[in-house]
Design a protein. Structure first.
Length: 248
């Protein structure tokens, strides 16, 4: 009986510690899992923080790009030859949108901070009067209050022959009478205030004020000042010599 009791007690002694060990083992495992979770969570938070920072950087970059494009400078591509040889087809240019004043978007050209008006010989980008969704680029030959007249391809501004035009090219030797078209002969015309009379440098192949009239100052988007890229699609190559040219 004593032996049996002793045996029973020994059995309890050997059994109960095993239970404790199992419980302790489970607690240790749980603690380890908690530690692992605590170790993993900072990494997750770090990843979330990095993603948030990247999104914020992208949003800020987009806002800055839109601000610069709207108020400071905008890029344009030349699709036609109306400004030859000053601008070639495939030239990519930068236009200063700040030089003539800060214009509020969606206000039909309202100028918040006026600086100066376009001057004669400026190369300007503007909304095409007959289709405002299109942008045109031409050279200013007369401003508000000036008179313009063309006699056999010769341009007169305020009754003075414009001889200092090294950029103007004439590739068609024929002269068309004014009764047929105003390309080579335009009667004396006065430019209204707050308006411009513009022409392409390629005088024989330019759709400009000779045909459709004046440009309202509100429609002017900016002044072209730099060629930053030029691609010759016919020769399939870059015109390296034109990159960085300042427009005059």
């Amino acid at each position: 009986m004593t032996l049996n009791d002793t045996t029973y007690l020994d059995a309890n002694k050997t059994t109960e510690p095993n239970v404790d060990k199992i419980e302790n083992t489970e607690n240790i495992k749980a603690q380890k899992c908690n530690k692992v979770e605590k170790i993993k969570n900072p990494k997750i938070e770090s990843k979330k923080s990095a993603i948030r920072e990247n999104i914020e950087a992208i949003v800020i970059a987009v806002i800055l790009a839109l601000f610069i494009r709207t108020f400071v400078v905008q890029a344009f591509k030349i699709p036609s030859g109306s400004m030859l040889d000053t601008l070639l087809i495939g030239d990519h240019i930068l236009v200063n949108k700040f030089i003539y004043g800060v214009k509020l978007p969606f206000t039909d050209g309202y100028t918040l901070i006026p600086l100066k008006d376009p001057a004669r010989k400026d190369i300007v980008v503007f909304k095409y009067p007959e289709d405002p969704d299109k942008d045109f680029i031409k050279r200013v030959v007369a401003v508000g209050g000036d008179t313009v007249q063309i006699k056999d391809k010769k341009l007169y501004v305020n009754d003075e022959l414009q001889e200092d035009e090294p950029y103007a090219v004439y590739k068609d030797s024929s002269i068309i009478p004014g009764s047929f078209t105003t390309r080579d002969n335009l009667p004396l015309t006065k430019v209204p205030e707050h308006s411009l009379f513009v022409m392409g440098d390629n005088r024989d192949n330019s759709h400009d004020s000779r045909f459709w009239g004046f440009v309202d100052l509100k429609a002017v988007r900016g002044k072209a000042f730099l060629i930053y890229w030029s691609w010759d699609s016919e020769k399939f190559g870059v015109r390296w010599s034109r990159i960085g040219d300042i427009l005059k």
